[in-house]
Design a binder for this molecule. Structure first.
Ligand SMILES: Cc1ncc(COP(=O)(O)O)c(C=O)c1O
Length: 355
């Protein structure tokens, strides 16, 4: 079977952080390396990047905190939102509950309460049972709702859906936190901008993703409600998320925002996921679980095809019980990568399915 396989694609479809660094980001890192600068964000690159993010989200007094990474940024954002006696409500597939080794629970001290999702999304009705916890001293007090935009299942909340969650959250004195590791992909998918999706809907704290969009490392926390930001800088430092040479995170932010590169990267990744879904969806034996909204393709295929394909071009299983896998595109994926990958899928799956 292996003989029939074409050469593997250059890009990895395992995840959108398998790609390297966007060339413009690398250039910006090199440019920021010109001589000394004060550490811990007291440098001109950090001031410029913080201003640019404030402007982008349209909240002039937003607190902007550069952090080392996504888990750390979520920890910082949530630690501003809740106390140890409170609860964070999120879906059971949320990165903060499944993929961060319990960091948000440990660092905030709060209880992370997973609720059932609908296609990866949190729906207001799912919050209802937990709202009865409020005011009952035996229960952790729901203090925040956390959603991922885009979701871990590659779905995207509409502006109205985010606004509806913000309304419920605020009506119950809760904070709405958004894990925006893929906020750029979500924005281009929904054809809207950050202000509309985040500020106008009532989001209180946003983790603004950079790494999956072409950065080497680093994410930013945007705190849109000044009263939540009072302890922000201390919380970030205590959580180990204040980068010493912060200018190098900041330079990446500026490079990605310049000329809306961050959106162009996401647009490319999303479009290539559509191409991939079309190509692999045409292979008998492969079923694309749902049309891609962002840069991930979820598909089921014969179980016997998975290991040989992984050996050829590695990717992660998604739900082994259902023989479901996830393939992801990124800013550096090319059309050729997609076509080669799909050809490999066909070469492995076709003999298993037969004519
Ligand atoms: C939804 C989501 N949130 C956050 C992260 C960031 O995690 P990390 O700590 O690996 O940067 C990821 C990365 O996979 C993610 O998919």
């Amino acid at each position: 079977m292996t003989e029939a396989l074409p050469p593997p694609p250059r890009a990895s479809f395992a995840s959108d952080n398998a790609a390297g660094v966007a060339p413009e980001v690398m250039e910006a890192l090199v440019a920021a390396n010109a001589g000394p600068a004060l550490a811990y964000g007291q440098d001109p690159w950090s001031a410029a990047a913080e201003d640019a993010l404030r402007d982008l989200v349209g909240v002039p007094d937003a607190e902007v905190l550069m952090c080392w990474g996504g888990t750390g940024a979520n920890v910082v954002g949530l630690a501003l939102a809740v106390q140890p006696w409170q609860a964070v409500l999120c879906v059971d597939s949320a990165h903060i509950v499944v993929d961060e080794c319990g960091a948000p629970a440990r660092f905030t001290g709060a209880t992370i309460v997973p609720v059932p999702h609908v296609a990866g999304k949190l729906v207001p009705e799912a919050l209802a049972p937990f709202l009865h916890w409020q005011g009952v001293e035996h229960h952790p007090q729901p203090g925040a709702v956390s959603i991922s935009q885009a979701t871990e299942m590659g779905t995207v909340y509409t502006v109205d859906e985010v606004a509806a969650l913000a309304e419920v959250a605020h009506a119950h004195d809760m904070v709405l936190h958004v894990d925006g590791a893929r906020i750029a992909n979500a924005l281009v998918a929904s054809g809207t901008d950050l202000r509309t999706m985040v500020r106008d809907t009532g989001v209180d704290v946003l983790t603004f993703g950079l790494t999956k969009d072409g950065a080497m490392y680093g994410e930013a926390v945007l705190v849109l409600r000044p009263e939540l930001a009072r302890a922000a800088r201390y919380v970030r430092k205590q959580a180990g998320q204040l980068p010493s040479k912060a200018r190098f995170v900041a330079a990446q932010v500026t490079a990605l925002l310049e000329g809306d590169r961050w959106l162009a990267h996401a647009r490319r990744a999303n479009a290539l996921a559509v191409r991939l879904a079309e190509r692999v969806g045409a292979v008998p034996g492969v079923e694309v679980v749902r049309p891609p909204e962002v840069n991930s393709v979820f598909a089921t295929l014969p179980a016997a095809a998975i290991a040989p394909l992984q050996g050829w071009s590695f990717f992660w299983p998604w739900d082994p019980e259902r023989s479901e896998v996830r393939w992801m595109t990124g800013f550096a994926t090319t059309e050729d990568d997609v076509d080669r990958f799909a050809a490999g899928v066909e070469a492995v799956v076709a003999p298993l399915v037969g004519p």
